[in-house]
Design a protein. Structure first.
Length: 149
């Protein structure tokens, strides 16, 4: 869970501020949109420069990166669906206080919060791997010399 986000699992149902949770899920959606755009950019870079790779080892590494990016992209899309549904339910909680007494909903929110945190860790780890492999491929293929020609 995010350090700067108070865990909803620790809250009493009567103390929950549904509007704050709604706003939090809005931030999650914004983050997921950013990651989606970032993944699209990384796919574009790979597709554009893969033709310059001549070594099989490097080509295999880039293909693995591409596969991992697709997996993360799918996880991001699935998570966005979950967040959208969850936010819709939160909207109902804000509008109808009678429905706001469901303790299972807070547990579900906590699970979604954990999924978001895990996704961010996975995304960052993958991005770091992409940059490391990209740097290695550029150095080993001597791409800067090819691109200057």
């Amino acid at each position: 869970m995010n350090d700067d986000t108070k865990s909803t699992q620790e809250n009493n149902i009567g103390e929950v501020k549904w509007q704050e949770l709604y706003i939090l899920t809005d931030h999650w959606k914004s983050d997921l949109e950013f990651y989606k755009d970032d993944l699209r950019f990384l796919h574009h870079l790979i597709d554009k420069y893969i033709i310059w790779i001549t070594k099989d080892e490097n080509l295999n590494m880039v293909q693995d990166i591409k596969k991992n990016l697709f997996e993360i992209q799918n996880k991001s899309a699935d998570l966005m669906k979950e967040v959208n549904i969850h936010q819709g339910n939160l909207g109902l909680m804000v509008e109808n206080p009678v429905q706001s007494s469901n303790p299972q909903f807070l547990k579900d929110h906590g699970v979604l919060e954990d999924k978001m945190a895990n996704f961010v860790k996975l995304f960052r780890s993958n991005r770091k791997e992409v940059f490391n492999i990209t740097e290695y491929v550029i150095d080993s293929e001597e791409l800067p010399n090819i691109l200057k020609s």
